[in-house]
Design a protein around this ligand. Structure first.
Ligand code: PLP
Length: 373
């Protein structure tokens, strides 16, 4: 593809000197797991997000899994979440034998609908996992109100929302725990797997530190059965270099989104993504709705422009979750989105000229009569 979904090579070339020096420093120090760079990164992320603690782990999926455990969620509990997300959100719930209870999303932000959440609360409900999908924060004030009045934990899935916020409060600092992924293509990514849990609670942070490292608080003394879910020094070092630039990266994404919006707002057959008042969207994805999605995708691919569907099948209709007993029609907004969403290339290094070219290609494809299929 001439224009990929994300261009990690362009970013590496820009940061090469600093990254190479960091990696060499770590190779020479020969401390590879949970060393000084992990410790510094934890401090820097906590400070950036605005929480007392941040605890690194091996992936975003693990961040969710360990956060649920640290918040005391147990087998048989119900955890309310969205069906319009990446599978890992629900998998983390299933790992501990709890039950994912899906709730439809709002038609504008595509995040969990607080009114619907209210209807799903039972005596077994113990937590809510809102996902800040594509970088637009979920409606946290309403979700926190509900959680407080029903005594529920709130675990934020911030895998796509590093730096996003509502009224200057950052995602990851609203709930009991905020879970981040540093998968390479995320808006803050390393060069392998990585994750982090942000929390204000001393108790949760302590539990997380034990859980990620074989249940050990003191070396070779194991109070609980834990996991091997640690971040390594090289990933932490890379993340520290990129964290310094995350605000600039996010604002460049926002500039590209505004430019796409200017091209596509008036285009018939396309809806542009919404940013609600007071929210800071970081456009981890720039996602439109299009009735003629296939025509647009093939026109883009003819010009060697990448595009992608996140997500073609909502979780309640996934084979792996058949056992939960949901059926087609249960979550009409999520199902409609899965038929019409289309994500376009967006990354800090994407040039304005490319955004013009992508937008013009979309407009031209819709000017032609619909293809018969
Ligand atoms: C990427 C992602 C995860 C999982 O993160 P990994 O680091 O890949 O394990 C979880 N939730 C959402 C919404 C994601 O996009």
């Amino acid at each position: 593809m001439r224009i990929p979904m994300v261009d990690l090579k362009a970013q590496y070339i820009e940061l090469k000197e600093e990254l190479d020096a960091k990696l060499e420093e770590i190779l020479l120090a020969t401390q590879f797991i949970l060393g000084p760079n992990v410790q510094e990164l934890e401090k820097e992320v906590a400070e950036y997000i605005g929480t007392k603690h941040a605890v690194a782990c091996a992936s975003g999926t693990d961040a969710l899994h360990l956060a649920l455990l640290a918040c005391g969620i147990k087998a048989g509990d119900e955890v309310i979440t969205t069906p319009f997300t990446f599978i890992a959100t629900a998998e983390a719930i299933s790992y501990i034998g709890a039950r994912p209870v899906f709730t439809d999303v709002l038609p504008d932000t595509w995040n969990i609908d607080p009114e619907e959440v209210k209807n799903k609360i039972t005596p077994r409900t113990k937590a809510i996992i809102p996902v800040h999908l594509f970088g637009h924060p979920a409606d946290m004030p309403k979700i926190l109100d509900l959680a407080n009045s029903h005594g529920l934990k709130v675990i934020e899935d911030c895998a796509q929302s590093f730096g996003a916020g509502y009224k200057f409060v950052k995602t990851g600092s609203f709930g009991d725990a905020g879970c981040f992924s540093f998968f390479p293509s995320k808006n803050l990514g390393c060069y392998g797997d990585g994750g982090m849990v942000a929390t204000d609670s001393d108790k949760t942070a302590e539990a997380l530190r034990a859980l990620r490292n074989h249940g050990s608080r003191k070396r070779y003394f194991h109070d609980i059965i834990g996991y091997n879910s640690r971040l390594d020094e090289m990933q932490a070092g890379i993340l520290r270099v990129k964290l310094k630039r995350i605000d600039r990266y996010n604002s460049l994404r926002r500039e590209r989104a505004v430019q796409y919006n200017e091209w596509l707002a008036m285009q018939e057959g396309v809806s542009i993504p919404v940013e609600r008042d007071g929210y800071y969207h970081v456009y981890h994805q720039y996602t439109i709705l299009a009735d003629r999605r296939d025509d647009i995708m093939s026109a883009l691919s003819e010009k060697e422009i990448a595009s992608a569907i996140y997500y073609p099948v909502p979780l309640h209709l996934q084979e792996s979750y058949k056992g939960l007993g949901y059926k087609k029609g249960d979550f009409p907004v999520s199902e409609d989105l899965s038929r019409r969403v289309l994500s376009l290339p967006i990354y800090p290094e994407l040039s304005p000229v490319d955004v013009d070219f992508i937008s013009e290609t979309i407009r031209a494809s819709l000017a032609c009569p619909a293809k018969k299929r």
